[in-house]
Design a binder for this molecule. Structure first.
Ligand SMILES: *[C@@H]1O[C@H](CO)[C@@H](O)[C@H](O)[C@H]1NC(C)=O
Ligand SMILES: *[C@@H]1O[C@H](CO)[C@@H](O)[C@H](O)[C@H]1NC(C)=O
Ligand SMILES: *[C@@H]1O[C@H](CO)[C@@H](O)[C@H](O)[C@H]1NC(C)=O
Ligand SMILES: *[C@@H]1O[C@H](CO)[C@@H](O)[C@H](O)[C@H]1NC(C)=O
Ligand SMILES: *[C@@H]1O[C@H](CO)[C@@H](O)[C@H](O)[C@H]1NC(C)=O
Length: 511
């Protein structure tokens, strides 16, 4: 009984495989994948619904290639050096919904595309112009990806059929300007990053009533375009030449949640509170001298890293109850008002590395999970600064001027998992050795660094050095020695703790 089923199954399987062409694999779900083909294989079953060909050499596609694949729904032909496509090659494929011809050498949009097409991806080709008839009749097209081609202009007539278009990607082309408005009422996602755009004509965005996401990053814009659609949720203007952002001009974007302005030339920004739904504001790599004034109260992430900020005051962060991630690293902060972040009752991640702080800021929020103070001028680590940080998991104090660390400080940090202490001028007294033992006992992953003093210990790695162990053994009380003996039973522990090699890479979202 079972045997006969098996035989039937086997013969069915062999029937399928017998029609599968060389260098292809065919699965029962009517998908065929081929590699290293030099033409579209003739023996592909006519029942194929999905055909994937890549890493092949197929210079030209011909009308006859797909003619008999009457149920084809998805065709992917990538990385195959395809330069040209005969007229009508796809025209008869009435069931085709998705066509991807990325990473080839096409110079134009394939002609006579089937009208049922919903997805067309032509990224990474050499298409240098769009023509009025290119997308004629593609009333169902939802996604059009033309990134990384050589397109210089957008003729509005080319887009006039695309009533259903939701996503248009034109990143990495050669556009210097755009002319008349495109009429794409359903468009939700528009990306024109990495072109050469300097400005937009008035009303260019007027017809995009559904636009949620707009990226104009990597252009030469000096102004935020006017008339941006009210529906926007995300606006990316990174890597442009903006000197001023008049929040007045964008205050109609009432649902904007993400505003990315990194790598511009902004010297100040004021009035972001007008964007009341903003949760992410990124201003890294500008020329800000102060934290932006009047920030919106729903902000969750503020990135002001790589600017010229010198002071952090309580006024800057008033009412930011939702702030979780604050990046102020790579500035010139020397003054940090005690309690400046007290109102940020959800702050979990604070980046202050590469500043000019001479001490750890006082009264940081007790919600912090990660605190980065690498590369400052901190000399002392006192209980005062750390005693409330019950949630702290990662503390980076690398490259400061710390020579002592009292082991009592560590008792205040019950959740500490990673501690970076290297690059400091450690004074390797037996007190520091007690701290070492406390850290080992706690199971914290530590990068200790090297002793700078006393002379006989200089260059020793204080978390793992045996020499210091010997020197200090006599100085330990008998109870302390008992602990050390227990540790000795697990020989690798002390050294492995000191030898963590995964540097200071860590996620800023901690549990
Ligand atoms: C392909 O179609 C275009 C546009 O309809 C036409 O101008 C061209 O001559 C056709 N090419 C061939 C080889 O038939
Ligand atoms: C803003 O979002 C709300 C809630 O999702 C929505 O009802 C409203 O239409 C949006 N406003 C605009 C201008 O799109
Ligand atoms: C945006 O803010 C307004 C007013 O503060 C509010 O009515 C609206 O629902 C918000 N939209 C979203 C998507 O949260
Ligand atoms: C190291 O600590 C000892 C003992 O507290 C002290 O006498 C010495 O001056 C310190 N050395 C340096 C370089 O700070
Ligand atoms: C150990 O303690 C003695 C005195 O209690 C002190 O003289 C000596 O310097 C200490 N050794 C080290 C390495 O600190």
């Amino acid at each position: 009984m079972y045997l006969s089923y098996l035989l039937v199954a086997l013969s069915f399987y062999s029937a399928v495989t017998s029609t599968c062409p060389r260098r292809c694999s065919c699965d029962p779900a009517q998908s065929v994948q081929c590699y290293r083909a030099t033409e579209i294989p003739r023996e592909i079953p006519f029942t194929t619904r999905r055909l994937y060909i890549s890493h092949s050499k197929i210079k030209q596609l011909q009308f006859t290639d797909f003619r008999r694949m009457s149920v084809l729904e998805e065709l992917v032909l990538s990385c195959s050096g395809t330069e040209s496509i005969e007229n009508n090659t796809f025209k008869a494929l009435s069931t085709l919904k998705s066509l991807e011809l990325c990473k080839n050498q096409l110079k134009q949009i394939p002609t006579f595309l089937p009208s049922g097409l919903e997805i067309l991806k032509l990224a990474d080709n050499s298409i240098n112009a769009l023509h009025a008839s290119d997308f004629a009749g593609l009333m169902k097209l939802r996604v059009l990806d033309l990134r990384n081609n050589l397109i210089a202009t957008l003729p509005p007539s080319a887009f006039s059929s695309l009533y259903s278009l939701q996503s248009l990607i034109l990143d990495g082309n050669n556009m210097k300007s755009v002319s008349a408005p495109l009429r794409l009422p359903r468009l939700m996602y528009l990306s024109m990053a990495d072109n050469k755009l300097t400005s937009f004509p008035t009303n260019f965005f007027a017809s995009f009533q559904s636009l949620h996401f707009l990226s104009l990053s990597g252009n030469f814009l000096t102004k935020v375009p006017l008339d941006l659609p009210k529906s926007l949720l995300s606006l990316k203007l990174e890597k442009n030449q903006l000197k001023i952002v008049r929040l007045q001009d964008v205050k109609h974007l009432e649902n904007l949640s993400e505003f990315l302005l990194s790598e511009n030339e902004l010297t100040s920004i004021d009035g972001a509170q007008l964007l009341s739904n903003l949760t992410t504001l990124e201003l890294s790599k500008n020329q800000l001298h102060t934290v932006p004034l009047r920030l919106p109260s729903r902000l969750q992430k503020l990135d002001c890293s790589n600017n010229l900020i010198q002071r952090v005051t309580a006024q800057d962060f008033q009412g930011l109850q939702d702030l979780r991630h604050l990046f102020l690293d790579n500035n010139a902060v020397s003054t940090f008002e005690a309690g400046a972040l007290q109102q940020c009752a959800q702050l979990s991640n604070l980046a202050l590395e590469q500043n000019l702080l001479s001490s750890i800021p006082l009264r940081l929020p007790d919600t912090l999970a990660r605190l980065d103070l690498k590369g400052n001028d901190i000399e002392d680590v006192g209980e005062q600064e750390l005693k409330d940080l019950k949630q702290l998991q990662v503390l980076n104090l690398r490259n400061n001027k710390i020579s002592l660390l009292d082991r009592k400080v560590l008792e205040y940090l019950p959740r500490l998992r990673h501690l970076y202490l290297d690059g400091n001028p450690w004074n390797c007294t037996c007190d520091l050795f007690r701290t070492r033992r406390a850290l080992v006992a706690k199971g914290t992953d530590v990068r200790g660094g090297q002793c700078a003093a006393p002379a006989q210990s200089r260059g020793e790695s204080w978390m793992s050095s045996k020499k210091i162990l010997q020197q200090c053994e006599d100085n330990l009380s008998s109870t302390e020695r008992g602990k050390e003996d227990r540790k000795k039973m697990k020989p690798n522990e002390a050294s492995s703790v000191g030898m963590n090699t995964d540097d200071d890479y860590y996620d800023y979202e901690l549990d």
